[in-house]
Design a protein around this ligand. Structure first.
Ligand SMILES: [Zn+2]
Ligand SMILES: [Zn+2]
Length: 732
């Protein structure tokens, strides 16, 4: 019998797997094992996709696998089927898809994770505590008390969360022989892990938990809960139900850095349950460890960002996507997948429940719930005593603002501060001013490499491009006419200055990318807000993401017009989402809140609908517009993007791609373009795009499968950089 041919996925931009012969040493080879193979002049690690009988390449030209790295398959058949589907659906090279799903150390050929260590009490430690001999070392006593309930020990990282657990205290205890270092393992799995009891649910929460935990097999629930309605509590109770059935829960969140409160709640509720947290700022070793623990079933709860959707799970029971509308679930470069959509597919594949939670569901998800594909569960009430906030529009044509603040808003801020409330101001623009303007010649200072203006950052005294990162010094005068330059418009930095001038006794905390760059800085700032030391809180999009600010009684949207006239088909949806998310921060404790919205267009129909009717009514209206224009969810899109050092190169590639497409079966497919991108020049490169639209997803998929391989063969593909984005979030 002839030797099998092994199809291996390698991290390379090629649409097929690579064929190899088995290694010379006899070994059992199965799909899902990693192998190290010769590749060009070097060596690479790949994953065996399948064993085949023959290859298009003659056997005598095939190279041999050098070594098989895993005695057992690392990836199970289900996870591989998921990755294969994703590669096909997103028209992306399978090797790169597999690479995206594996921790870096595994991609580099490493095996088992380095063991994490934990500390646990010794018999002497237990005795010491009983005898009270540590009365004069309260910090040490506290740690011992904590450890006594944990026979499997606690990792240092977890111990550190007790203020007193410094490395020095630990060392002191270890020197006395009261604690010892052991290899970290997860708590023993008992049939009934005992979560600490949660708060009593309101009727809507209870109904939601009953529906979700009572369903069996595949089902998708949209958990639509206004901000503050207690979605997290519903998640936790559903997780508890899965754990008690001996199954794991996967919880996807937009950004770990923004959800420390959520993690704290999970740890507090499930203190004895193995937890793995997967996000981008883990070290390679930590990531591998979390991945392995999820795969072996030691971690019963897995919390992670986008790529955690590919985490291997030993006993999957439920997948929850929190803030499912969040744009960060979509990967914007390379393998452009939607973690939310993959989560739903994976739940279907595994025949389990998926829960998509949001106060402002994406229009796709709303549409699926309206059509009955998803079951909608609503949490209409807030859990605290506070009712819904009252919303007021401030007409900026009547009340000209200074530094972004109108007189009625200043009065409201003063009143709320005077009554002891906290104030939150939302402005989705960082820096001091979006541009420097010369009234003499009407000029602005633009980025040399982008079709964009440079933003003034007065903190650093630099002009910065927010698109390519280019920086320059602030010119003393207009380079064209030597006139005086003035900062035009405002960003968060300028707003902060103005607030400090108006309210010198109210400390302000600014939350944007500039003030949270340093590790831990965001947490420090949030802590100052939580403690009440900060009275005013201002910032960008960051404020809209899941934080709980119970003392905030006033929320102000400084510039509601930013999103009102966007060119992208999703502009209105995004505006409504950030508006509702930020307004929801008002009055979450026991005090009712007020929301002030500054706008030049107080009679704009969408704005009125949003203020008076709320998100759902707004969405219904906006969906009608989408339907009329045949945008998603009433159509399916794929976007072919190209960029090059000259505009013609990108254009030529897309023209050639279009001619290729016209030679194929275009039934149910509309081609739009090629056309320059909304911002044509970015970082010195010219960008253009060709949009494909279809009312039928299978038709689009079929077409892409035939078209994608032809694109790579185009002569023009060698000079333009290009990418295909299936279900793009933006299409302008
Ligand atoms: Zn000038
Ligand atoms: Zn730039």
């Amino acid at each position: 019998m002839a030797e099998p041919i092994l199809k291996v996925a390698l991290d390379a931009p090629v649409m097929q797997a690579f064929d190899y012969l088995p290694p010379t040493a006899p070994v059992s080879l199965r799909p899902g094992q990693r192998v190290s193979v010769p590749f060009r002049s070097g060596e690479r690690v790949g994953v065996i996709l399948e064993l085949a009988e023959d290859s298009k390449i003659p056997r005598d030209r095939l190279r041999r696998i050098r070594v098989c790295l895993d005695p057992e398959p690392l990836l199970d058949a289900k996870l591989m089927a998921l990755l294969d589907w994703a590669a096909t659906y997103y028209q992306h090279p399978p090797g790169e898809v597999y690479a995206a799903a594996l921790p870096r150390l595994l991609r580099r050929g490493r095996g088992e994770a380095a063991h994490q260590h934990a500390w646990r009490t010794t018999a002497a430690g237990i005795a010491a505590l009983g005898e009270g001999s540590l009365a004069r070392a309260p910090a040490q006593a506290r740690i011992l008390t904590e450890l006594i309930g944990k026979p499997w020990g606690m990792p240092m990282e977890e111990l550190r969360r007790f203020g007193a657990a410094t490395a020095k205290t630990i060392r002191a205890l270890a020197t006395k022989g009261l604690i010892e270092k052991v290899r970290a393992t997860s708590p023993p799995l008992t049939g009934q892990p005992a979560p600490r009891p949660g708060p009593i649910l309101n009727d809507a929460q209870r109904a939601a938990v009953e529906q979700i935990t009572g369903s069996s097999g595949y089902g998708v629930f949209l958990l639509e809960g206004v901000t503050g309605s207690g979605k997290t509590e519903v998640y936790l109770q559903c997780v508890a139900a899965e754990l008690s059935r001996g199954r794991q829960a996967l919880l996807l969140v937009p950004e770990i850095g923004l959800t420390p409160q959520l993690l704290e709640r999970i740890r507090a509720r499930f203190p004895t349950v193995g937890l793995a947290v997967m996000h981008s700022s883990l070290s390679d070793g930590q990531r591998l460890d979390a991945w392995q623990r999820a795969r072996r079933g030691e971690a019963r709860i897995v919390v992670g960002t986008r790529s955690a959707v590919f985490t291997p799970l030993a006993d999957p029971g439920i997948i929850i996507v929190d803030e499912e509308h969040d744009a960060s679930f979509k990967q914007h470069e390379g393998f452009r997948y939607s973690a939310r959509d993959i989560a739903v597919w994976r739940a279907h594949q595994l025949d389990i429940t998926a829960v998509l939670g949001s106060a402002t569901p994406s229009f796709e998800t709303l549409f699926n719930s309206m059509s009955g594909r998803y079951r909608k569960l609503a949490l209409p009430e807030r859990t605290g005593a506070a009712g819904h906030p009252s919303v007021h529009l401030i007409d900026l044509r009547r009340h000209t603002p200074t530094d972004g603040l109108s007189a009625p808003l200043l009065a409201a801020i003063g009143r709320h501060l005077g009554e002891g409330g906290q104030v939150l101001l939302y402005l989705n623009r960082r820096g001091f001013a979006p541009t420097l303007f010369c009234p003499g010649c009407g000029g602005t200072i633009d980025c040399k490499r982008c079709d964009a203006r440079l933003v003034l950052h007065r903190d650093r005294n630099r002009l910065v491009c927010h698109h390519c990162g280019a920086e320059r010094s602030v010119p003393a005068e207009c380079p064209e006419c030597k006139g005086t330059l003035y900062p035009l418009g405002q960003g968060t930095e300028r707003l902060e200055n103005a607030l400090q001038m108006h309210f010198p006794d109210a400390p302000a905390e600014r939350l944007d990318r500039d003030t949270t760059r340093r590790r831990g800085e965001l947490e420090e700032r949030l802590a100052r807000v939580a403690s009440g030391r900060a009275r005013i809180l201002l910032g960008t999009q960051m404020l809209t993401k899941g934080h709980d600010f119970p003392a905030v009684t006033l929320v102000a949207v400084i510039d509601a017009d930013q999103g009102l006239f966007g060119t992208d088909f999703r502009a209105a949806e995004r505006l409504a989402q950030s508006f509702v998310q930020v307004a929801g921060r008002a009055g979450r404790g026991d005090r009712a809140g007020e929301v002030f919205v500054q706008t030049l267009f107080p009679e704009h129909p969408l704005l009125r609908l949003l203020v008076q009717g709320g998100y759902e009514q707004f969405a219904r209206e906006a969906l009608l517009e989408r339907k009329a224009a045949a945008w998603p969810p009433y159509s399916h899109l794929a976007l072919l993007r190209a960029e090059a050092s000259r505009a013609e190169i990108a254009q030529d590639f897309l023209e050639a791609a279009r001619r290729q497409a016209e030679g194929l079966d275009l039934s149910d497919i509309t081609l739009l373009g090629p056309a320059p991108a909304a911002m044509e020049r970015r970082a010195g490169r010219f960008r253009a795009q060709l949009l494909l639209q279809s009312p039928k997803r299978p038709a689009l998929q079929r077409f892409l499968a035939g078209w994608r391989p032809l694109l790579a063969e185009l002569r023009e593909a060698r000079t333009a950089r290009w990418s295909l984005d299936v279900d793009p979030l933006e299409a302008d």
